[in-house]
Design a protein around this ligand. Structure first.
Ligand code: NAP
Length: 483
């Protein structure tokens, strides 16, 4: 099969070790959102394809070969790293520099990290009077992985590595908007010599292929990353079958800046947290809370920095902001900018489509946007926009900062900027978020628990938590009769 981008590629599902067309023979179009070009035809799979994949997903990787297989997959990604960065950029509209520096290295690391985790995994032994308990870890069977379009390979590998590492077989359903690197991952896993059926890929629409996977009685667990509304549907159909469920959902994350913060570091951190990947990271800090003493100076510096961001061709290594995922998504984000104005906000910069030269003249671009003057409880300031839009709000006290930060339905992440150590710990402890960063953002140690509270999700992934999710632990109690 062709390993390079031709004009329009036709993708296939990967089932039982073979690349196969969808049973419906129907395909969806995949577009490059920066140029509007059609770049691939994606299988529109349905329940029959999911059935075939679940039936094929019987071969699991033997316990002795798991870490080695994960290492080989990491090697395969590394060998195709530049091609994968290009594919990810074409599919998502993100700057290729970002794909090169974040998405693809992280995909490699996901496999290397879990190879190590699997090698070093230990289970417990509990001695008691007259008996010995020991814990066995066993695979779940077939697990379903459903992933979104914002970090396609990064998130798919984050789930695939521990799922295979714990001896499960996988059926993955990536977003149909960004199928290219998932297809390449199937090729890489194939080339790495994975047993037939250990990894299966079914492309298609969420309500069709995704729903069929979630509801399939042969699937023991679903690890889902996506929006909160979709997560609720996934939970509703998986729960009656008592599937194990991990839900990594949306966020509306606060960036909390105290007057004693390192000003320049806080500006740089706030811009990065607000606009990385065009603001399309679940962890993005889209609600910027600033202590009133420095509010005006901070907002002025923030707007100056945001105005200077280079937006345009994702292929240009100097580009900081690429295209949004689709024209439809840009419409949604623009709708929030209109709503912000109706809610009394002032758009301090951005909010409009930039004028760009070909080949990106008709791409789904939106200038990075800073909005002030909104009530922190209005819709713009509390709903997930998932685009290059931040709102800024002043606060007067630490208590008010915490209360504003916690005043949304989400609780995925937060970042706090202060040089007061005691305050940093106090505020970190009081924030209702699964991850709190202090004087940094998106600094990840893969051993740590990752996940959200409130409507941002259920369960944790990362390190031991991923191994626990993708396995079943069983206790064996052996009576030790007295001599
Ligand atoms: P989404 O619309 O919820 O879709 C996520 C995945 O679910 C896609 O593969 C989608 O397929 C599929 N899907 C849709 N309806 C389904 C159904 N009824 N049953 C099963 N699967 C279904 O999310 P998105 O717009 O792709 O991604 C953005 C969202 O993801 C944001 O809310 C963001 O915060 C969240 N996110 C969270 C994390 C985290 O770790 N917490 C990380 C990244 C992103 P289709 O693409 O075909 O609809």
């Amino acid at each position: 099969m062709s390993r390079t981008m031709s004009a329009v590629r036709t993708l296939s599902n990967y089932i039982g070790g073979s690349f196969v067309p969808p049973q419906s023979s129907q395909f969806l179009d995949d577009f490059n959102p920066a140029t509007g070009e059609r770049i691939a035809r994606v299988p529109r799979s349905g329940a029959a394809d999911v059935d075939a994949a679940v039936a094929a997903a019987r071969n699991q990787v033997s316990a002795s070969g798991r870490a080695e297989l994960l290492e080989k997959i990491a090697d395969g990604i590394e060998q195709r790293a530049e091609e994968l960065a290009q594919l990810e950029s074409q599919d998502t509209g993100k700057p290729v520099a970002l794909a090169r520096s974040v998405d693809i290295p992280r995909a490699i690391l996901n496999f290397r990290f879990f190879a190590g985790a699997v090698r070093h995994d230990q289970t417990a032994c509990h001695e008691m009077a007259g008996a010995l308990n020991y814990t066995l870890r066993r695979p779940l069977g077939v697990v379903g992985l459903i992933t979104p379009w914002n970090l396609p390979l990064y998130l798919l590998t984050w789930k695939t590595a521990p799922a295979l590492g714990m001896g499960n077989s996988v059926v993955a359903k990536p977003s149909e908007l960004t199928p290219l690197t998932a297809q390449a991952l199937a090729e890489i896993i194939h080339d790495a010599g994975a047993p037939r059926g250990a990894f299966n890929l079914v492309h298609g629409l969420g309500p069709e292929a995704g729903q069929a996977l979630v509801g399939h009685p042969g699937v023991a667990a679903i690890s889902f990353t996506g929006g909160t509304a979709t997560g609720a549907k996934v939970a509703a159909s998986a729960a009656p079958q008592f599937k194990k469920l991990s839900l990594e959902l949306g966020g509306k994350n606060p960036t909390v800046v105290f007057a004693d913060a390192d000003f320049e570091a806080a500006i740089a951190g706030t811009v990065r947290a607000g606009f990385l990947n065009q603001g399309q990271v679940c962890l993005c800090g889209s609600r910027v809370l600033v202590e009133r003493k420095i509010y005006e100076r901070f907002v002025e510096a923030l707007v100056a920095r945001v105005r200077s961001m280079k937006i345009g061709d994702p292929g240009d290594p100097k580009t900081e902001l690429g295209a949004l995922i689709s024209p439809q998504h840009r419409d949604k984000v623009e709708g929030y900018v209109r709503l912000a104005k109706q809610e009394g906000g002032a758009v301090l910069c951005g909010g409009e489509r930039p004028s760009l030269p070909p080949p990106v003249a008709n791409g789904a671009f939106l200038a990075p946007t800073v909005i002030a003057g909104l009530s922190p409880s209005c819709r713009t300031a509390t709903e997930e926009i998932f685009g290059p839009v931040v709102t800024v709000h002043p606060f007067d006290s630490e208590e008010e900062a915490v209360s504003l930060a916690n005043g949304v339905r989400y609780g995925l992440a937060a970042s706090v900027w202060t040089t007061d150590l005691a305050r940093a710990h106090r505020v970190a402890g009081a924030l209702a978020a699964g991850v709190v960063w202090v004087n940094c953002w998106l600094l990840r140690d893969l051993r740590t628990p990752f996940g959200g509270v409130k409507d941002s999700g259920v369960g944790r992934e990362g390190g031991q938590w991923s191994l626990d999710f993708f396995s079943e632990v069983r206790n064996v109690c052996v009576a030790l009769p007295a001599p």
